[in-house]
Design a protein around this ligand. Sequence first.
Ligand code: FMN
Length: 342
Amino acid sequence: MTELRFRPLALASGLILENRLVVPPMASQTADTEGLATEATLAHYERLTRSGAALVMVEYSFVSLAGRGDPNQLGAHSDDCLPGLTRLAQLLHQQGVKTGLQLTHCGGKASAEISGDLMGPSGIAVPAYDRTLETPRAMTDADIQAWRQDFIGAARRAELAGFDLVEIHCAHGYGLNQWLSPLTNQRQDRYGGSLENRARLLMEIIEGIRLAAPTLEIMVRIPGQDGYPEGLSQSQMKEVARRLVAAGVSLIDVSSGIGGWNRPKSRRGEGYLVEESRALCGQVGAPVIGVGGIESAEYMEQALSEGWLDLAAVGRAILKDPDAFRRQQMLPRALAHQEEPA
Ligand SMILES: Cc1cc2nc3c(=O)[nH]c(=O)nc-3n(C[C@H](O)[C@H](O)[C@H](O)COP(=O)(O)O)c2cc1C
């Protein structure tokens, strides 16, 4: 019997992932200060394809200058990014993998020095495990409209560049997580209050992308829950995930929320966040990605057979040594590497 991690997975639209391994988005800090991909960016992603993972995600990319969190962050905010993004998507496809671009607005989880304009749903500093963040200004209706258009424009560029999918970053305390979370969204208007209202901007972005970039698969990185009491709960996130799938999202990527992606002190061992994907897997109408310290074939087989996840994302273990990872997993080489000696 084929081991579960080698089994292909077909998404609702027909896009086929050749196995159950995903390289999650990981910021490489290799873009130039305009947000354009460099030779170092291309080399970085070529290296990651050597892991044998079927889906290689490209790191969080800013949708507007005000949404930027890092001076060397990749951008998807302007048509100037298109040549670099196109080369990146082509390179990844030539290596035989499917690929997606993660789109991010950092919102209040940036610094005014880099973004130029620190804003969020409310004037509330975003809690983070590892630092104290500046207090953003509360966004106006015009800002909300601009965010929506910025995400849609960036998704359209991802489609033009040839990516198979976009991932909307709604986790780790970044902008759209701030909108969803009652910790950081205390607005009194139709974008605040109930879960439906707090999810409104995210849903509008999904709807806009479906219309503007109809060939793209849409995946959303969501928190399984926020890392603070009074934040988003697992049951609220199940509700959000179901609504996303009903709106046409074809993959749900489950990570952590307000607090950040780092391992919280209370969570140990391989698969330290997988209890979050486990709470949603098989229950939201689309395949679910789980993440968090996953590295061994044994763990993946167990997680797949027990229904804790449909796809396993492996970050740092692949970043450290993609070739060693592939050998240890007994994965076949990605198409482009099959000619090379083992
Ligand atoms: C260097 C580095 C950069 C990261 N950048 C991103 C990012 O751009 N977007 C994102 O959603 N998560 C990012 N993450 C989190 C990873 O996608 C992943 O969720 C996390 O590393 C846990 O998986 P792991 O234990 O297998 O590494 C990053 C992680 C690392 C180590």
